[in-house]
Design a binder for this molecule. Structure first.
Ligand code: SAM
Ligand code: SF4
Length: 328
């Protein structure tokens, strides 16, 4: 289905939980968030109803996210159920990697297409500090399991944080030399994180660094733009000459054309359809589903409500939910 400015909407990102075993400094306050009660979280059958309606309107790609999707009990069953929905031909997962070694094989067997792992540093101590208790070994074990089970291509997402991990960007780029991975650098977004969340995250403005600055600073890596006939996904791709993998930049803040190719909607864990990550606009669907109402019309309304562009440059940023509550 096309939205009001003609963008084809074929991708739904589903937050399966707002809970997480980490407390990444830019994503959540140190004490976490008040997680939604179990009765308010969408049950699998309810999520499937939304997926079926989305597929009726031409959605073919689903991403499971959160919170940490792998802490949701039964996640492998959900993948298996979504896989069976006619029209859905791709299911991916964004994870902090902690439980990936445990679930990779079952996820592959259930029909998962591939995985994005979030990794903001290669330094074990800094990893513990950024995640506020994580163990980087789980990442390497998770990556091994992903490789072994053919969940290709692996995408690694690093949120660029000025003065915290930006000195590691060249090392992350070098991961692509010998690995067929996509290593993607993401600009920090101001999503209900405007106040200080501790020493490592005083506020998003002082931690933000633009793609443009990073590309200038690391010109010596010799990155060559990769020509993409149809840009699939939000990343602009580059390659270090001779590398096996790709370097990607996701620039929602700095790139004024970023929203022009947006093809996605989001479903929050408590059952709200969200047309844009950066806008507080939401349409609740859970009550309608629980009262056995048809939600086709609600879904179509969300597509039509999708804003043409975010308004970050006008200092309008989302305020009603943190990233972990929306599903990044
Ligand atoms: N827990 C999973 C994970 O960390 O991959 C999935 C949910 S997490 C919210 C999804 C992605 O959003 C992660 O890659 C995380 O780094 C990113 N993220 C969280 N807050 C962000 C922010 N303010 N700006 C940019 N990316 C953010
Ligand atoms: Fe959890 Fe992912 Fe947010 Fe980190 S980025 S706190 S792992 S939801």
């Amino acid at each position: 289905m096309n939205d009001s400015i003609g963008r084809l909407i074929n991708y739904l990102r589903i937050s399966v939980t707002d809970r997480c075993n980490y407390r990444c400094v830019y994503c959540m306050p140190p004490d976490g968030i008040n997680a939604v009660g179990h009765s308010e979280i969408m049950r699998f059958e309810e999520i499937l109803k939304v997926v079926r309606v989305a597929a009726d309107y031409g959605v073919s790609k689903i991403r499971l996210t959160g919170g940490e999707p792998l802490v949701r009990h039964g996640i492998v069953d959900l993948v298996r159920m979504i896989r069976k929905v006619p029209g859905i031909n791709e299911i991916t997962l964004t994870t902090n990697g902690y439980l990936l070694a445990k679930y990779a094989r079952e996820l592959k067997e259930a029909g998962l297409t591939r995985v994005n792992i979030s990794l903001d540093t290669l330094d074990p101590d800094l990893f513990r500090k950024i995640t506020r208790n994580g163990d980087i070994n789980s990442i390497w074990e998770g990556i091994e399991a992903v490789e072994k089970n053919g969940l290709h291509p692996l995408k690694i997402n690093m949120v660029m944080l000025a003065g915290i991990n930006d000195h590691e960007i060249p090392d992350f780029m070098d991961l692509t030399l010998e690995n067929e991975w996509h290593v993607r650098f993401i600009e920090l977004m101001p999503i209900k994180n405007q106040i200080s969340w501790g020493e490592l995250f005083p506020d998003p403005a002082s931690c933000y660094i633009s793609t443009r600055k990073v590309l200038e600073r690391f010109q010596n890596k010799g990155l060559k733009p990769v020509y993409q006939v149809d840009q699939i996904g939000p990343a602009k791709l580059y390659q270090i000459p001779g590398a096996k993998g790709y370097v990607g930049f996701i620039s929602p803040v700095d790139d004024e054309h970023f929203c022009g190719s947006c093809n996605r909607l989001r479903l929050t864990a408590d059952g709200n359809l969200r047309p844009c990550l950066m806008s507080d606009l939401e349409i609740p669907v859970l009550d309608a589903i629980r009262s056995e109402k048809d939600i086709h019309e609600l879904f179509a309304r969300v597509v039509k409500l999708k804003p043409a562009h975010h308004e970050l440059l006008l200092n309008h940023s989302p305020e009603n939910r943190t990233m972990t509550q929306i599903g990044g």
